[in-house]
Write a protein of this length. Structure first.
Length: 507
């Protein structure tokens, strides 16, 4: 067992001497909690090197640390699966992000702001790079600028071996590594939750294997490394990420370094690339298939247009063509008019525009009148809607001096997002019937919804057709009885998350 070269009370990064690197002694202690997977969760960290100090800017920055661990609110383990694959499902990532934002609020740090759909489409290795920089930038620190092949290899070795990665002395391109830090964790469902433990649950009483007492030097060390000081003049921050599937679950590893000198010659990803991708990859479209004929309404015509994958507020307008006489479209998407069919065909294009920045629009052409035909869709999305990883290929030929090549893992874990849980409203308008409507929109992540399913008082799901007015009608129920109704959307990716149960008493 090696002795630590660090002082007992010093848990910061330390400068490298010209004679070699200083490393810490680490202890890995598996802690099991009733609310986490039985396989256990272990975060670990390794500190080498060290850097200059810098005054805190926003929130709590080293050398200060939070006064106590933050329990996750909401508890993401109610929504996330603990399997041998990364859980990038909407329900899991949204609740994990909510827990992070809640913990940030106690530091007076703003909530994370980025396109979650774009984040979910990224490979987990890319997500590790993203989450480190979002934690840094929102506290006023510089982002880590580069991910490199060389540092990925070192980080991957740590992930494969379930330990903290080590660092090279010199970066590809010739820069000297003047400071570095590495962290590791195993057993977390996804990158956001690993980040939660590194940043907000890293003190005494947490799964941090190096924080064995309230004053142990390893307490909050994962957080200290993520928030390492900005690079000095003539230097830059770079990073490597690793991920592997081991017996205890997903093994994550990060290696952060300060390089001084020439820029790295093996960059696979830059923060500028990621910022562009995080701008949005949403497939926003008008979901209404066709308009209900006005004559189907017993009184004045009133139909609502709907969208899919709208993440902010949006407004509706007529951008071409003409509505029939007496008809109008509100900015909220309500089309109104008389309950008589126009004697001629009126074609018009409606456009839904998100009011957030940057704005995304989607359009569809409809017609009303004799010979009415379904509308055709024109969808506009932001750029960068790529299905391939942002990173360049990192497979390399081992050096002739290497007897055992380093195992390389590119993007081998893929996730297809299923539709989100719809918010529903259920009523019993007539005897023996229940009417269900979707409130808002269903996020299908770009895959078209092919059908809807409902369950009534059981876990068995049945297909149900959506009527032309956007409602679902469940008939032939027993009058006077209360039923528990759920609804879910189905896309090519599979059956989506179910809505909350609605209890309805049938007339």
């Amino acid at each position: 067992m090696r002795k630590s070269n660090l002082k007992a009370k010093d848990r910061r990064l330390h400068s490298l001497s010209p004679l070699g690197y200083l490393m810490t002694l680490f202890a890995l202690i598996v802690l099991c909690f009733s609310s986490i997977p039985a396989s256990g969760i272990q975060p670990s960290r390794s500190v080498g090197s060290a850097a200059h100090s810098e005054a805190p800017r926003l929130g709590v920055l080293p050398p200060k640390n939070p006064p106590a661990n933050e329990p996750p609110i909401p508890n993401y383990y109610n929504e996330c699966s603990a399997q041998q694959t990364v859980d990038n499902s909407v329900s899991c990532t949204e609740v994990a992000l909510a827990a992070i934002d809640n913990a940030r609020a106690n530091e007076r740090v703003r909530s994370m702001s980025f396109d979650l759909n774009a984040f979910e489409m990224m490979a987990p290795l890319e997500q590790l790079f993203v989450i480190v920089n979002l934690e840094r930038i929102d506290r006023g620190l510089q982002p880590v600028k580069y991910v490199t092949t060389q540092l990925d290899q070192f980080a991957q070795t740590g992930a494969d071996d379930s330990t903290d990665p080590t660092s090279p002395h010199t970066l590809t391109g010739g820069a000297t590594v003047s400071s570095w830090g590495s962290i590791w964790a195993v057993g977390f469902p996804n990158v956001l939750i690993a980040n939660y433990f590194w940043m907000y649950d890293d003190g005494f009483g947490s799964p941090n294997g190096d924080c064995t007492s309230a004053r142990a030097p390893g307490c909050w060390a994962h957080r200290d490394i993520i928030l390492m000081p900005n690079a000095r003049s003539g230097c830059y921050l770079a990073m490597g990420d690793g991920l592997d599937v081991v017996a205890r679950g997903i093994s994550y590893a990060d290696l952060l370094v300060e390089g001084c000198g020439a820029l790295p010659g093996d960059v696979t990803l830059t923060w500028a690339d990621v910022e562009s991708a995080l701008g949005g990859t949403r497939h926003f479209n008008v979901s209404t298939q066709s308009l209900v004929p006005p004559s189907d309404f017993p009184s004045s015509y009133s139909d609502w247009l709907e969208t899919e994958n709208a993440s902010t507020s949006y407004s509706w307008s007529i951008t071409s063509g003409t509505l029939p006489p007496g008809f109008a479209l509100s900015s909220a998407g309500q089309l109104t008019g008389p309950n008589s069919d126009p004697t001629q065909i009126y074609s018009f294009t409606v456009t839904a525009s998100e009011t957030g920045a940057p704005s995304i629009t989607a359009s569809k052409t409809f017609s009303l009148g004799s010979g009415e035909s379904p509308g055709t869709t024109t969808t506009t999305t932001l750029s960068t809607s790529t299905t391939t990883p942002l990173m360049t290929t990192t497979t390399t030929t081992p050096s002739t001096t290497t007897t055992t090549p380093v195992k390389m893992t590119t993007t081998t874990i893929h996730h297809v997002s299923i539709p989100s849980a719809p918010r529903i409203r259920a009523t019993s308008p007539t005897k023996g019937d229940v009417s269900v409507i979707i409130v808002g929109s269903v996020n299908s992540h770009g895959d078209a919804v092919v059908e809807f399913q409902t369950s009534i008082d059981t876990s068995i799901w049945h297909n149900i057709s959506r009527l032309a007015n956007g409602r679902f009608l469940i008939r032939h129920l027993r009058s006077g009885k209360s039923y528990r109704i759920r609804l879910r959307a189905v896309s090519k990716a599979g059956a989506g998350h179910p809505s909350q149960e609605m209890s309805v008493r049938v007339k």
